[in-house]
Design a protein around this ligand. Structure first.
Ligand code: HMG
Ligand code: MG
Length: 299
């Protein structure tokens, strides 16, 4: 049965902007994006990433972004923290929630965070402990759940094992990342079937990129199985025009249109969201990556 309500977790300011290949986007634009998003009814906004600026230059102003935004009561502003250095900066910046990010693929883990899966989990343990000591909830991402750019097929059992470890270490929720958007609906269901044997379904979220245009179909497949938390990116931000194959999260507007059509509650205003998507796309010099927003126009 479909859920009656879904929590949308907005990724545009983090997963979306981290991949922009042009010059580093002004802090003021990031701040305005987050402020506009917080006025749409979204309750969960990933605002920044406390990672090495050498690895991800676009997120180098994470502290300034956090101190620049208007904190709307009831909205949770979160950030990525791969290690203690990142967590300490995130705490100083006053984030509400943090996330550690691992992967089901060894090769992807090496490329993304420069260590093995085992080492990544060892590194996350003190991050989770310190966050909890500061009463900050920790989310856990697992990347490459339906395929890896370096290893190809990923066994669902491997996704389940890493997810279970992150849950046991204290993550309140595990977000399952189809990082390169290669999944298809039946594959998504099979992956979820394996993971939900290790992690209760109400502690799982779907984080699907739309590289192959399958994200909405895959989301429908997993909400049918009980997933009720969906990560998405306004205007589908994250598509990098210069990196072949790279693509953003599924557009939040497109997910919301589908959920509205299914009478699933989100509390988010589609019109305001589409306007925000048009606005940030214009700032980046392109049109919105959301089909729904394009169809709605700019009114
Ligand atoms: P490393 O080089 O192994 O780390 O990187 P290190 O501890 O040896 O430090 C090297 C340098 O980085 C040092 O500076 C540190 O101070 C600095 P130097 O002495 O050379 O001047 N450093 C930091 N600076 C700022 N903040 C920090 C930090 N940590 C170290 N937190 C590290 C390891 C994890 C830091 C690095 O690999 C990194 O930053 N990776 C970021 C990767 C990333 O952000 N990827 C994108 C996000 S994940 C994602 O998008 C997937 C997701 O959306 C789900 C999905 O779609 O599947 C979540
Ligand atoms: Mg992602």
């Amino acid at each position: 049965a479909l859920p009656t309500a879904v929590r949308l977790f907005e990724m545009g300011a983090r997963d979306g902007l981290q991949n922009e290949s042009g010059p580093v986007i002004d802090t003021a634009i990031k701040v305005e994006l987050i402020n506009r998003l917080s006025e749409t009814g979204l309750k969960h906004i990933e605002a920044a990433s406390f990672v090495s600026p050498k690895w991800v230059p676009q997120m180098g102003d994470a502290s300034e972004v956090m101190s620049g935004i208007d904190r709307k009561p009831g909205v949770i502003y979160s950030a990525l923290t791969p290690n203690l250095k990142g967590l300490e900066a995130a705490i100083a910046a006053g984030v509400d929630e943090v996330a550690v990010f691992g992967a089901a693929s060894e090769a992807f883990t090496q490329k993304n965070i420069n260590c093995s899966i085992k080492e990544s989990l060892e590194r996350f343990a003190p991050v989770i402990e310190l966050a909890k000591a500061n009463h900050i909830r920790v989310r856990g991402y697992v990347s490459t759940v339906m395929g890896c750019p370096y290893e190809g097929e990923i066994a669902p059992a491997q996704v389940a094992a890493v997810s279970r470890e992150l849950l046991d270490m204290g993550c309140y929720e595990i977000s399952l990342g189809d990082t390169i958007g290669v999944g298809t609906p039946l594959k998504a269901k099979r992956m979820l079937e394996a993971v939900s044997q290790q992690v209760p379904i109400d502690k799982l979220a779907a984080h699907f990129h739309d590289t192959y245009g399958q994200a909405l179909a895959n989301l429908y497949a997993v909400i049918e199985e009980g997933i009720a938390v969906i990560d998405a990116s306004v205007a589908g931000l994250g598509g990098c025009p210069y990196a072949k194959g790279a693509s953003g999260n599924v557009a939040t507007e497109d997910v919301l249109y589908m959920l509205n059509g299914l009478s699933i509650e989100t509390g988010v205003d589609l019109h305001k969201l589409a306007l925000t998507g048009h606005w940030i796309s214009a700032q980046l010099g392109r049109s919105s990556g959301s089909k729904v927003a394009l169809a709605m126009g700019c009114q």
